[in-house]
Ligand binder design. Sequence first.
Ligand SMILES: CC(C)(COP(=O)(O)OP(=O)(O)OC[C@H]1O[C@@H](n2cnc3c(N)ncnc32)[C@H](O)[C@@H]1OP(=O)(O)O)[C@@H](O)C(=O)NCCC(=O)NCCS
Length: 204
Amino acid sequence: MDSRPGDSRLSFRGVADTARTADMRIVDLAGETEPIREQAALLLVEHFDEPRGWPNLELARAAVEHVGGAEFMRGMLDGELLLGWVGGLPEYDGRVFELHSLVVRREHRRRGLGRALVAAFEAEAASRGALTVTLGTDDDSGMTSLSCVDLCRDIPRHIAQVRDLGRGHPLLFYQRLGHVVTGVLPDANGRGRPDIYMSKAMQR
Ligand SMILES: CC(C)(COP(=O)(O)OP(=O)(O)OC[C@H]1O[C@@H](n2cnc3c(N)ncnc32)[C@H](O)[C@@H]1OP(=O)(O)O)[C@@H](O)C(=O)NCCC(=O)NCCS
């Protein structure tokens, strides 16, 4: 296995043995070639399902440049194929890092790659001083109990009773990784389509 700067072998712990290849590695995407960063933009357009991804390549390219320019990006490469990537953005003077734009290629899901990318994100955020990592995950298509209800009537109850309605919203993935729902922004994506805020404390 290659071991260029930014590569991480530790992050492979969670990846299923059957999913690994000799060429798989986690890299610093900012240091990768233009064609690989272009794949990062393509993944934002073509490999999101629900919640929806970026509407076009131009906006997706801008998002990749924004995250890369603002702080850090980690990608999972297999040879020259980008299997998935994650970005981190600092908030509150770096005490908090936002996980921004996590995506894994459809045909490579449910093998631990998402978990490995989040582990790489958390390790990098913690090494930069993060006390908390956070993210927003939209429910723009009625996938959770937080959709299509009047959240403001009793936000704490809706958060305490949050559940997936059967289509596998990413909040289930983040819960598996230790994130908890810390808030909800009603109607962020239109009436009854909230953004769900989740956070996780870094090791004390
Ligand atoms: C969400 C996403 C990154 C997960 O990646 P992945 O590689 O399939 O996830 P992993 O295989 O590492 O899964 C880790 C755990 O979460 C579970 N999990 C993953 N996706 C899940 C889902 N949609 N529903 C329920 N559980 C899920 C896995 O079964 C696994 O469980 P385990 O702890 O029992 O092993 C991937 O589905 C994706 O890219 N989706 C499209 C983009 C997207 O929605 N990004 C998040 C926006 S906020």
